[in-house]
Design a protein around this ligand. Sequence first.
Ligand code: AP5
Length: 218
Amino acid sequence: MRLIFLGPPGVGKGTQAQRLSETYKVPKISTGDILRKAVHKNTSLGVKAKSFIDAGMLVPNGVVIEMVRERLKEPDCQKGYIMDGFPRTIEQAEALGKMLKETGSVIQQVMNFQLSDEEVVRRLSGRRSCPHCQTVYNLAFHPPKQEGVCDQCKSPLVQRSDDESQTILKRLEVYQRQTRPLISYYKGQKLLTNINAAGGVEDVFKRVVSAVQKGKIG
Ligand code: AP5
């Protein structure tokens, strides 16, 4: 299974990628998670990435492409993966295409998650996450059992620095300008499947699994 999850910030890509990863036992590769971990650990990658993430802008292509190139060499990727949040630009997509060609593999399906901007803003404004085990919650739709505390590891939950209202609007604008062109790019390669991301997590997951089965992936 080699999938790409495409869509605006907050559409639910990470939530669905996590579910699918657990169901099909393939890793979820989230460039956002890798970058946030690097920021948290204050590595040289984290130092480079922090100002871009906080401003709601994309981290430079070269940095992210090298990061993914290294991740794909790890043994757990040999049986497949779900790319969550990569590629985000045409340059990244072309670099991924070259990487895959070198190893003789291909992307099987690109799932394009669709949701209104209004709902995206609602989901992002209510998101809280665990900085320790990365579990994601939503104050409105999926609250933790105890307010402000992770159900899994009991760490205090945080709001992502880029989930403040002005930064959310900037990220949506960046998505329209830099990432949306990937829809035509992958449509042209006959890889695109649109997924209606409205409704509850379970409903959306059924649509994702159905798309995987129709594509005979897995
Ligand atoms: P990244 O972490 O990839 O952020 P994003 O694409 O903006 O996506 P999000 O994580 O915000 O949302 P999501 O679609 O995963 O939604 P989620 O499942 O969490 O990137 C962050 C930053 O890193 C970028 O801005 C950039 O700076 C940098 N970066 C990352 N990748 C890069 C790249 N390739 N190139 C350059 N820079 C890069 O859900 C959102 C909320 O909604 C949660 O609270 C969840 O619980 C809730 N929810 C989910 N599904 C539902 C549902 N069906 N109903 C109700 N609530 C739901």
